[in-house]
Write a protein that binds this ligand. Sequence first.
Ligand SMILES: Nc1nc2c(ncn2[C@@H]2O[C@H](COP(=O)(O)OP(=O)(O)OP(=O)(O)O)[C@@H](O)[C@H]2O)c(=O)[nH]1
Ligand SMILES: [Mg+2]
Length: 334
Amino acid sequence: MTVRPVMEAVTATASAVSSFVPRALFPPHRLPRSYFLGHHAKTIRLMREMVDQIDLVFEVRDARAPFTTRNAVFESIVASKSRIIVYTKADISAIDPKIFEKWHPDGKYCIVDNGRPESVRRLLAVAKEHAKGRESFYGVKALIMGMPNVGKSSLLNTLRYAGMHGGKVARTGALAGITRAIPTFVKVLTNPDVLVYDTPGVSLPSAIGANDMLVLSALGCTNPALVDHIIQADFLLYHLNKLDPSLYAKYSPPTNDVEEFLAAYCNRMGKRIKGGYPDFSGASAQWLDRWRRGLEGKIAFDDFRNPDACKIWEYEQSKKMEMQRKTMQKFRGT
Ligand SMILES: Nc1nc2c(ncn2[C@@H]2O[C@H](COP(=O)(O)OP(=O)(O)OP(=O)(O)O)[C@@H](O)[C@H]2O)c(=O)[nH]1
Ligand SMILES: [Mg+2]
């Protein structure tokens, strides 16, 4: 007796998914264009000062948005240094690991899940390799750099655990801006000694495009209060609809209407305010937080299926830099 209605519901949901047409564009909103704070500028200054003492750089990016969490400002600071790109949060990224290989034919990258110490062993092996033939009293010095909240301090803790079963030394947290000061270096391996500096996250000093700002907010790489929660939830809904609307099927059938989705979410999660009305603000904050922490599944932003995406990013970036240079020249009248 109960089988038929269930079957009918399943068929109805399947046909709703197959006939659903996601929005082609995300509506424009007035968004902040910058998240460049005082301690970001100070960190850049300190990095420039200390870069001569550094042997190796671990540049951290979030594996869920490998291009949006790439900061062009680092390119100029550490251009002459040996650098490994570390993609953290691989456990909650929807990107096929093989695609990273295509983006980095030189092999200078590492995909990391900070919950699995074995995933950072290659980084320790690279550091050991650097120690060979060197007679430095201090051992190899490595610098961790990256955008806010991409998992830099977690990486330091994981390296220390993997290298010498050491306990946590760096404070980590789900909000951007947990690390504010460059502490002294931390030993993560002995004989050869490998010393690692963790650094505060640094955002883009230049204006951030609207799409990038929304991606960074969705991942928690900016202050979560910078962009209205409902706009962030709407952007997440828009993005999930492009990927696969069944990713939120446990809350709602496919929809392009964020209020419709949030009403369904409130019903399912029992989120109400006084008078029994749905708590849209609380629901959007909770739903976003669940995605950020990987509790709703794996996700990815950016042009992640494109093997040429890395080259495209670099080309666009060099064009942007050239434009900025020309503008500065005009401004100075040279
Ligand atoms: N699932 C998952 N979560 C991670 C991983 N690495 C870090 N996190 C989580 O991401 C959040 C940010 O980590 P942190 O290590 O504090 O990031 P950070 O880059 O040092 O952040 P700031 O110091 O604020 O710039 C924390 O909640 C971590 O638990 C990972 O590999 N997988
Ligand atoms: Mg940190």
